[in-house]
Ligand binder design. Structure first.
Ligand code: HEC
Length: 108
């Protein structure tokens, strides 16, 4: 095999590898976005799209992350009084609550 041919093969291999890495990272961010949208879209029916509430409902856009987390913990701790957030808060892990807190904090 000539050196030229060998180099050509190496480049071809590198090209295929770089394509592979492009697609594998693109997929992982797509999935993270989908997971995030799955989490927060459940809130939109009451707190408005992207947290922009209509009427008397509390907006979640621009909500302080620390306040968000402490509100959730409060909903979890308080005895059931018929409030919807008590039940809703139970459906999320600590990590998911943080992810949502950071998401709504960045919404305008
Ligand atoms: C079925 C309607 C409904 C849905 C869905 C809903 N909420 Fe709520 N949320 C409320 C109501 C009503 C309150 C007022 C407190 C209460 O009655 O429990 C509230 C209060 C809150 C508060 C406290 C606001 C404040 O400053 O007092 C936060 C934070 C919150 N919701 C976050 C969320 C998040 C995040 C989701 C999605 C995972 C969500 N809510 C989904 C109805 C809803």
């Amino acid at each position: 095999m000539s050196t030229k041919h060998f180099l050509y093969l190496i480049f071809k291999l590198l090209f295929v590898l770089s394509l592979f890495f492009c697609f594998s990272t693109a997929n992982s961010t797509d999935n993270e976005d989908k997971n995030l949208m799955g989490l927060v879209s459940t809130c939109y029916s009451c707190h408005g799209t992207l947290g922009n509430a209509v009427g008397n409902m509390k907006s979640l856009n621009g909500y302080k992350p620390e306040k968000f987390v402490s509100k959730f913990n409060w909903f979890l701790k308080k005895p059931y009084n018929g409030g919807v957030m008590h039940t809703i808060a139970k459906g999320f892990t600590e990590k998911e609550i943080k992810v949502m807190a950071n998401f709504f904090a960045t919404q305008k």
